[in-house]
Design a protein around this ligand. Structure first.
Ligand code: 13P
Ligand code: SF4
Length: 307
């Protein structure tokens, strides 16, 4: 009998596929991926994929973003109901209503949003480039959706802009409290606390660093400290331990689990490669407008990184 990992390797070769996984995925999924990264890095790799098939081991908005950036490829999301509850907190009708109230504002949507919401927005951002994207905009007023906590993080970094937050939030990061941070510090008093900007503002204020999953990983790998307290989804610890062996890592709270990121199993990856299903498709009327917002984000990221 063929082992599951061998079956995936064979099918990946036969299908000419690349497997991309987010840091929050289960360790066995990270292990079979060609690239493990944050949402921006996965989007960038998908944009430049030359393979025929992209398997996106993450949640739906990540697979949709890959499809928007490289529409001729077959993009597979191994478990079709792996979604992001925060992305579902805002609808296209909500964005249209906001535009009526704030006609002069730029609308920036976090990549954690549906393609239909992206289609109503001016530009996308991820947690790693949100500050640079907002700084690049000519408008003084900027609506940021759906994540109110990312909006707060950006508002502090870019005080010259008027940032209007939407009311969405990540149910996983939302659970982390200042008390959790204080308790974790008692156990490891010298360890810096690194959190994701999706955490509540008071948690970000109580931490030593806030950044995307990749930025957290790099802060550990490049920092001189021997121990770190990690305030984001626990899956990232596996990737950090691989990238920075020898560092002591402790998650700030065991509540930091995203159920949707844990849905994909090795069997799902093998099956989707076998059947080329479930594949992502985006209706044409949404695709063209959503692609504009995502492509504009990639262009601003390129321009601001090279200066
Ligand atoms: P990153 O962009 O840091 O990978 O975050 C994605 C995400 O869904 C965090 O909850
Ligand atoms: Fe969405 Fe939060 Fe899960 Fe990230 S961790 S995918 S924001 S629910």
């Amino acid at each position: 009998m063929e082992y599951i990992v061998d079956r995936i390797r064979r099918l990946r070769h036969e299908r000419n596929a690349v497997i991309l996984a987010h840091f929050y995925e289960n360790p066995e999924i990270q292990d079979i991926a060609d690239i493990v990264g944050d949402s921006f890095e996965l989007a960038r790799r998908a944009q430049h994929a030359t393979e025929d098939v992209i398997v996106l081991c993450g949640v739906r908005f990540m697979a949709e973003t890959a499809k928007l950036l490289n529409p001729d490829k077959t993009v597979l999301l191994p478990v079709p109901d792996a979604g992001c509850p925060m992305a579902d907190m805002v609808t296209p009708a909500d964005v249209r209503a906001i535009r009526l109230c704030e006609p002069d504002a730029a609308v920036v949507c976090y990549v954690n949003s549906s393609a239909a919401v992206k289609a109503e927005s001016d530009i996308c951002c991820t947690s790693s480039n949100a500050v640079r994207i907002v700084r690049s905009l000519p408008q003084h007023t900027v609506v940021m959706l759906p994540d109110k906590n990312l909006a707060d993080f950006v508002a502090r970094a870019v005080p010259e802009k008027r940032i209007l937050p939407y009311a969405g939030f990540c149910p996983t990061h939302h659970q982390l409290t200042v008390e959790d941070v204080a308790q974790a510090r008692q156990a490891l008093p010298d360890a810096p606390v690194l959190v994701h900007p999706e955490c509540e503002p008071e948690v970000v204020a109580a931490a030593d660093f806030a950044g995307s999953t990749s930025q957290i990983l790099r802060r550990v790998a490049e920092g001189p400290e021997p121990a770190f307290l990690i305030g984001t989804e626990e899956g990232v610890l596996y990737a950090i331990a691989k990238a920075a062996p020898g560092k002591m890592l402790q998650v700030v709270s065991d509540k930091l689990v995203c159920p949707d990121m844990k849905k994909i199993r090795l069997e799902d990856v093998a099956n989707c490669l076998e059947h080329l299903w479930p594949s992502v498709s985006i209706p044409d009327d949404i695709r063209v407008r959503a692609m504009r917002a995502v492509t504009r984000m990639m262009e601003v990221s390129d321009a601001t990184l090279s200066v």
